[in-house]
Design a protein around this ligand. Structure first.
Ligand code: NA7
Length: 545
């Protein structure tokens, strides 16, 4: 019984999103006794939480899906970039095929966990006072489990509707004819603004940094074309694990300035036409490494985007002539008609780098130039304590009782982006030091989860009861993550990749930016070399030395 006050299991997984569902399915098939604790009410992770207007995935079909044939064989997408409602249906389909929910306790938030050496088990506490004991703890809570809200005075005073994007009411908010404010211009802010602008009286975007958004090129998909393509799916899914960012396309092996200007222009045009992230991660190979190459790409982006905005003031705010940061060192959003929507005269862009918000009032927002704007709805699209926030607020303690939030206070240490020293029999995925931030979600999930599953099979085969990363391995991994990042343009830009979106969070590279193939190789070597970088013990349960 998943809801029992005391649960004994072999594997406790935290989170029933893309990662947790896949892990449960794979491990259960191998005979591991598994349970999931999930804070929400349904499967689907981010797609359970994010139901704001316009919420949709930025990875195209069939990239954003499991590679499992039993799941894709009877599934059809209606759009190239499906929205949250369709993704929720996808998870219903996954449930019908894989029968996941019988092993999930919903409404169950983990607030504490510590490994007990004498018993060789994790003791896990939930918010409502239940306890679980488990030999393994697998953290699959995603990179956006901890939302970030500005610390503006008066946030609780606003009398209209105010919600963080990841906590949007499930039954929606009436937007029609309303004055809407959007704070933030990340993936969420852009999607929210372009969608609500269709029916709202006005949309005011409070922008700190312009999003260098790319054309999505959304398209309806037919069942026939998908059925025809399915014979190639095994190859497509195999191939996506061999590219830098886990898509079917990859960086082009030429340097930007070696290509003749006319040819380069044609290539850039093609990337825009094809849409999605192609201009970002199927661009010339030096885009994210070389400043001059990057500026070339930026100039093209600005030329294309500025041509879509007739208002000269908005044009300079949304797509300035000078790059606000190197292109692609912050995540570009995918847009459908964001620039046309914002260009409309009823909509406004407020530069809150110049005139920051100083107060939320009962009726609106005040900026430091004394302006007070009135709204009916405020959407906080202000993002997350990404990659580390979820794990830091889960009450995790190491074997000696030291909280993970302490260990990660001055920086993040992990081994392979999947294990931590002093946290035995624990693996995590889709978080810090892994490829999550730069890869297609399911590719990253399957890459890391397959490794965890292989590791657990090996542990069982070799009768290992205790496995823990060494501090030295952690130090080396952190150095590697940083050294790879230092070869790129990422460190110069403030972004959630670098941890700088959260006040007080250390500035450091939080993602593995060396690409999926290199990441896979590093992880594979650790396993093949007999758990290199880990300490293992085969003592009987209760007798860990
Ligand atoms: P993001 O990408 O973190 O975007 C958050 C946005 O909110 C971004 O434009 C921030 O400006 C802005 N922001 C954050 N805090 C503040 C404060 N205090 N004041 C003003 N503006 C603020 O989150 P999203 O939800 O859009 O996307 C998260 C990921 O989910 C996304 O990358 C996809 O992988 C899916 P900044 O840029 O920091 O100047």
């Amino acid at each position: 019984d998943t809801y029992a006050e005391e649960l004994e299991t072999e594997v406790l997984i935290v989170g029933a999103g893309l990662s947790g569902v896949y892990l449960l399915h794979k491990l259960r098939k191998l005979g591991f006794k598994c349970k999931i604790y999930e804070a929400g009410k349904e499967l689907g992770g981010v797609w359970h939480w994010n139901c704001y207007p316009g919420a949709r995935v930025d990875s195209h079909s069939p990239m954003y899906a499991y590679s499992l044939p039993e799941v894709w064989k009877d599934w059809t997408w209606s759009e190239r970039y499906p929205d949250y409602a369709e993704l929720r249906k996808y998870f219903e389909h996954v449930e019908n095929v894989l029968d996941i929910k019988k092993d999930v306790a919903f409404d169950t938030r983990v607030v504490g966990a510590q490994f007990d050496k004498p018993s060789g088990k994790w003791n896990i506490q939930t918010e409502d006072g239940r306890v679980a004991k488990s030999k393994y703890l697998l953290l699959a809570a995603g990179f956006a489990a901890k939302r970030s809200v500005p610390d503006w005075p008066g946030l609780d005073k606003f009398k209209g509707e105010i919600h963080h994007s990841s906590f949007w009411p499930d039954d929606g908010v009436d937007i029609k004819g309303k004055r809407v404010a959007v704070i933030g211009t990340g993936a969420t802010g852009v999607q929210f603004a372009e969608e609500t602008a269709k029916t709202a009286a006005s949309v005011t975007v409070f922008q700190r940094t312009p999003n260098l958004a790319l054309p999505m090129q959304q398209k309806a998909l037919t069942k026939e074309e998908q059925e025809k393509a399915k014979s190639q799916y095994p190859d497509i899914y195999r191939n996506r694990m061999t590219t830098f960012a886990g898509f079917e396309y990859d960086m082009v092996p030429s340097n930007t300035l070696d290509v003749a200007p006319g040819q380069r222009e044609t290539f850039y045009e093609k990337c825009f036409e094809n849409g999605g992230f192609q201009f970002w991660i199927a661009n010339y190979q030096d885009l994210l490494f070389d400043k001059k190459a990057n500026t070339e790409a930026y100039n093209f982006w600005a030329k294309k985007t500025r041509a879509r905005i007739s208002d000269p003031v908005k044009r300079d705010m949304l797509a300035p002539l000078e790059p606000p940061h190197s292109f692609g060192t912050k995540r570009p959003s995918l847009e459908q008609n964001y620039y046309e929507m914002m260009d409309r005269k009823e909509n406004e862009v407020v530069d809150i780098k110049k005139t920051p918000v100083v107060e939320v009032t009962e009726t609106g927002l005040k900026t430091n130039d004394g302006e007070h704007r009135e709204f009916d709805v405020i959407a906080l699209a202000t993002g997350f304590d990404s990659l580390t926030g979820g794990m830091k607020t889960m009450g995790l303690r190491d074997v000696n009782g030291v909280p993970l939030s302490e260990k990660w206070k001055r920086g993040t240490w992990s081994y392979l982006g999947m294990a931590c020293a002093d946290f035995p029999n624990m693996f995590f995925l889709y978080g810090a030091h892994g490829p999550a931030a730069f890869a297609n979600g399911p590719s990253c999930v399957e890459c890391q989860a397959d490794w965890i599953v292989d590791a657990m099979e090996k542990l069982r085969k070799e009768q290992i009861t205790y496995v823990v990363a060494t501090r030295q391995a952690e130090e080396e991994w952190r150095r590697k993550v940083t050294a790879i990042s230092d070869l790129t343009l990422f460190p110069d830009t403030s972004s959630w990749y670098m941890g700088t979106n959260i006040p007080g969070k250390p500035r450091e590279q939080l993602g593995f930016v060396g690409g999926l193939p290199l990441y896979k190789k590093e992880c594979r070597e650790a396993l093949d070399n007999g758990f290199h970088g880990f300490t293992v013990d085969t003592a009987e349960e209760g007798g860990v030395q």
